[in-house]
Write a protein that binds this ligand. Structure first.
Ligand SMILES: NC(=O)C1=CN([C@@H]2O[C@H](COP(=O)(O)OP(=O)(O)OC[C@H]3O[C@@H](n4cnc5c(N)ncnc54)[C@H](OP(=O)(O)O)[C@@H]3O)[C@@H](O)[C@H]2O)C=CC1
Ligand SMILES: CCCCCCCCC/C=C/C=O
Length: 329
């Protein structure tokens, strides 16, 4: 008999989440039936979507949603071998039972030298978000200028590097000087700390006096309202996320987007990465190849210990992570 630990949503978040909104539970797992596997989480992901999705998809007492890299510890399913690693979507738990249908094996050519946690970041959902958002929503072309915010995070750091591979000029904004230094290290042409500039408008203009063809927006709110005015004619805005609004109890008010949208003839499109689930393998293959070749660099903010999951989640929402926020069990 295995006892799993799991973090549940004790109380719906109001405003910024608190550690007291979570509860740690123990769950006795039954013996395996034919066709089932027992898995042990090795790395778990904390992601911004958990904040808005918790309100939409969860009720109090539910196990927190989320993905993990897990090792198969016991198998009564011939398609899965003990010792293999998979990406699962079983939420914040140390152990779980699956029939295998919701599991994705790590690519068979995964190099020993690469951390398996990358399957939750650069070579996982956030990397795919950057890949499809840039290619299919921004439709970036060589020679164009791309702006990305939350640029030193899991999605943003990949956006900037893929835009460079695609022959674009890249401007990134992030919330600390260390993050800005990292962006320059990984090849961003221009980067600045949006928290310390005296005028965001001026900083954006200085970084690209001719304006922006593509804006990969991870933040929304005030940042997006200012940046939209610096789009070039026929510019494309990929609305990927709105982290500056996820903790609002009262919706923020405009400025509104219609005037620049009309006169600059902009395209603005929201998207969710799962739209391209049928092209997941294509995206992962490309991302893994660029990482192996050293063309896409990665950084992970690893928090040790399953008991620290709420703290890691709160830290990520506060901007404490450089690169992908990961919890190592
Ligand atoms: N549409 C889709 O399919 C997907 C969308 N997303 C979205 O992409 C965005 C980035 O996600 P991800 O890369 O995983 O997360 P990150 O790794 O970028 O972590 C979140 C970062 O957001 C920044 N941030 C937090 N609060 C604010 C704020 N009030 N204003 C500005 N920046 C803030 C912080 O960086 P800093 O120090 O720079 O402020 C923080 O480090 C999120 O909005 C997320 O919801 C993610 C995956 C899929
Ligand atoms: C429990 C598994 C959920 C995986 C969802 C991945 C889609 C994330 C879309 C993100 C949107 C905004 O952050």
């Amino acid at each position: 008999m295995v006892t799993a630990k799991a973090w549940v949503l004790k109380k719906h978040f109001e405003g910024f989440p608190k550690t007291s909104d979570f509860d740690l539970k123990k769950i006795e797992l039954p013996n395996l039936k034919d066709g089932e596997l027992l898995l042990e989480s090795v790395f778990l992901s904390v992601d911004p979507y958990m904040r808005p999705y918790s309100r939409r998809d969860m009720k109090e007492g539910d196990i927190m949603i989320g993905t993990q890299v897990a090792r198969i510890v016991e198998s009564k399913n011939p398609a899965f071998t003990v010792g293999a690693f998979v990406v699962g979507s079983s939420g914040w738990r140390t152990h779980f039972i699956s029939d295998g249908k919701d599991l994705q094996l790590l690519p068979s050519n995964w190099p020993e030298s690469l951390p398996k946690s990358l399957a939750l970041g650069t070579v996982g959902m956030p990397g795919l978000t950057a890949y499809f958002g840039l290619l299919e929503v921004c439709k970036m072309k060589p020679g164009e200028t791309v702006l990305v915010n939350a640029a030193a995070g899991a999605v943003g750091s990949v956006v900037g590097q893929l835009a460079k591979i695609g022959g674009c000029k890249v401007v990134g904004c992030a919330g600390s000087d260390d993050k800005v230094a990292y962006l320059k290290e990984i090849g961003f042409d221009e980067a600045f700390n949006y928290k310390t500039v005296t005028s965001l408008d001026e900083a954006l203009r200085k970084a690209s006096p001719d304006g922006y063809d593509c804006f990969f927006d991870n933040v929304g709110g005030e940042f997006a309202s200012i940046a939209i005015n610096q789009m070039k004619k026929y510019g494309r805005i990929a609305v990927c996320g709105a982290i500056s609004q996820y903790n609002d109890s009262v919706p923020q008010k405009g400025p509104y987007v219609q005037v620049p949208m009309v006169f600059k003839e902009l395209q603005m499109e929201g998207f969710v990465v799962t739209r391209w689930n049928n092209r997941r393998e294509e995206g992962l293959k490309a991302l893994l190849k660029w990482v192996v070749e050293g063309k896409v660099k990665y950084h992970e903010q690893v928090t040790e210990g399953f008991e620290n999951m709420p703290m890691a989640f709160l830290g990520m929402l506060k901007g404490e992570n450089l690169g992908k926020a990961i919890v190592k069990v």
